[in-house]
Ligand binder design. Sequence first.
Ligand code: GLA
Length: 344
Amino acid sequence: MPERVTAFAPGRVNLIGEHTDYNQGLALPFAISEGVTVFAEAIAGDRVQATAADLNKRDDFELARPPSVGGWRAFVRGAVAELQGAGVPVRAARLRISGDVPRGGGLSSSAALEVALTLALLELADIREFDRIELAKICSKTENDWVGAQTGLLDQLASLLGEDDHALRIDFRSLEITPVILELGEFKLVTLHSGDKHSNAASGYNERRRECALASEELGVTSLREATLEAAAALPSPLDRRAKHIITENQRVDASVAALEHHDMDELGRLLDASHASLRDCYEVSTPAVERTVEKLHDAGALGARIIGGGFGGHVLGLMPRDARLPEGAREVRPGPGARVMDR
Ligand code: GLA
C-alpha cells in the first residue's frame, strides 16, 4: 500500500461544442499542460487534512462523514464522500493542493481539482484500475452535489482522457470518445482572459441548463440532441434561441472535425466565429469584456475566436497565424496528456 502519492490533472480548452454536454450532444475538447497537483500522504486516525497551497488555507474533517461546506473545501470533501459512496476505502490522509491553471477562468480549474483529488485518493487506496468514464461521473457528482454547479461531463472527460496532440470528439449520448489529431499547420491556438471572472455555480449556467430541460420537455424529446431546427423555431422565447444554439453547435463540432481532417484552417476559423456568435446571440453567455477580448484577437489576425467554457466571463480562444503578434496576456495552448499519477 503506497504511503505517499502525487497526482496531476490538467485543465482543458474546448475547441468547439459549448453547452452541448448536458444536452447529450457533441464537443471537441483537449487537455492542456496547466493543471492541479495533489500530494497525498496516508496518516494515522480517521480524518482528512487538506491544504490549498495557493490560497494558504486549510481544512480538516472527519473521513467517514464530511460535512458540507462552500468554496474549495467543497471539492475536497465531495471527492472523499463520493469516492466512499462508490465503494472506495478512502484512507485518512494529509493532502496538499497546488495548481497553475487559472482559477475561475473557464479552463476547468474545477475539474482539474476534482480529478487530481480523486486520482490521488484512489492511488493511496492502492486502486489503479478504475474506469475513467466512471471516475468522470464521480467527479461531476462532486461538482453537482457539493459545489452546486449543474455541469456536465465535458471537463472531467477531457482532463481524464486527454491525449498528446489530439482533441477528443466526445459524443455525450453514447459516451463514445474519438481522438482527432490537431494539426494546425501555419496556425496556433491561444487563450486570452477577458478579465471577467467566471463561476459555473454563481453564473446563469444552472439557469441555461434548466431552460434546455424545459425546451426538451416542450418538444417531447429526451434531449436537445433529438430536436430539429424547425421544431425549435416554434418554441417560446428564449427557449427557441437556446435550442437553436445546441442544434447548430452540434453540427459545428462535426464540421470542425471535417475541417481539421482537410487542414482547412479558414473553415475552422469560421466555425469558431459562428460558435461565438451563437453563444452571444442565442445562448446569451457573453459579456462586454468577452466581446472586447474577441475583437482584440481578431485585430491581432485571428481566423476565428470564441468564448470557451461555461461562459459569463473567463477565457477566449483564438486561432492565430503562427507568427502573429499576440495581445498582452495571450498564451499558446496545445493538447497534452490526461491526468496521471506522478510518482509513488
Ligand atoms: C462548463 C461545464 C461543462 C460544460 C461547459 C460548457 O465548463 O463544467 O460541463 O457544460 O461549461 O460547454
